[in-house]
Design a protein. Structure first.
Length: 320
């Protein structure tokens, strides 16, 4: 039986990778949602333009859908998180509230939500899912988006108890790979570093801060495989699972490894006045292995190589 899958945020980084993977399968009818960006060529995909902050449009979209993958969000990098954190709060709360209600109303079988890991405090030992609780304080820069994500997680749990829709909450760490944001205004640290390394005309790559903070990074192919396994294997009404590498890499080491993989002779400089978020942690991913049979397969350096190859094809040699 062919299932109808709706991918929200299909023009974004995670959404586009999911669409490209799912459209190759013969057992799924893939529907992709865009907002302001143009659709791209994707054989076998049905496109929809919609504003997910509008209840009527959301209700029309979800009629007849079997699975909803919610990858739509207002996102950006450290500059906005530090300077204008409120842009990540309101729209994300509104669109997810409407989607969750519509999934219930239209008896959608499965809703998958991409949460994040910003609620976790720094520590050396990787966090497990059950260890976080509301008594913990968040990093000041993540307070708004962190509590917004937690609100949506609890809404998923609430609706899962209504007995209509299965819900998967994916607390993923930093994701990297093809179709990431590579412009310096909106990109996260990985995408920004790739662009700096591949386009530098000064012989240097600048790192904001000291680079001592660390991040747990997962390649997007591993995240897409996580989604496919959740759709196929989750039986519980509600699951909250980590999708992570399980270990953190210091930012200065991340930069050095990207520069080395670029093949360019570049020195690394530090801008101690640049916006940076001094937090370091990793997420334990054993529960995803127990529940879904998933574990990360793309090693960091292999992921860097794949991403740089993709970047050269799409952005290199004078391409826009």
């Amino acid at each position: 039986m062919t299932r109808r899958v709706l991918v929200c945020g299909a023009t974004g980084f995670i959404g586009r990778n999911i669409v490209e993977a799912l459209r190759r399968r013969g057992d799924l009818e893939v529907h992709a949602v865009r907002f302001t960006r143009s659709e791209y060529a994707a054989d076998g995909v049905t496109w929809h333009q919609a504003d997910l902050r509008d209840a009527e449009q959301v209700n029309r979209l979800l009629q007849g859908m079997d699975v909803v993958i919610q990858a739509a969000a207002t996102t950006s990098g450290s500059r906005d998180i530090v300077a204008t954190p409120y842009i990540h709060v309101t729209d994300n709360a509104v669109m997810n509230s409407l989607l969750l209600r519509a999934c219930f109303d239209h008896r959608v079988g499965h809703f998958l939500f991409f949460s994040c890991s910003v609620m976790y405090q720094p520590r050396e030992v990787p966090w497990r899912e059950e260890e976080w609780d509301a008594a913990q304080e968040m990093h000041v820069n993540y307070f708004g988006i962190g509590w917004t994500k937690l609100y949506i997680e609890k809404m998923c749990e609430f609706f899962s108890r209504r007995g209509v829709t299965r819900h998967t909450v994916i607390r993923h760490t930093n994701v990297f790979g093809p179709h990431d944001k590579f412009d310096l205004e909106r990109s996260h640290v990985f995408g920004a570093t790739v662009t700096k390394a591949m386009t530098s005309t000064t012989g240097a790559v600048t790192v904001w801060g000291t680079g001592e903070e660390a991040r747990d990074l997962i390649h997007v192919d591993d995240l897409v495989r996580f989604v496919e396994l959740a759709i196929a294997r989750q039986t519980a009404p509600y699951e909250l699972l980590h999708a992570s590498a399980g270990a953190a890499i210091r930012i200065k080491d991340l930069v050095a490894r990207i520069v080395a993989a670029s093949g360019r002779d570049l020195r690394i400089e530090h801008d101690l006045k640049g916006p940076s978020i001094k937090t370091s942690f990793a997420l334990d991913n054993r529960r995803a292995r127990e529940v879904l049979g998933w574990q990360p397969e793309v090693a960091f350096d292999e992921g860097v190589r794949r991403t740089l190859d993709w970047w050269r094809t799409h952005y290199g040699a004078g391409k826009p």
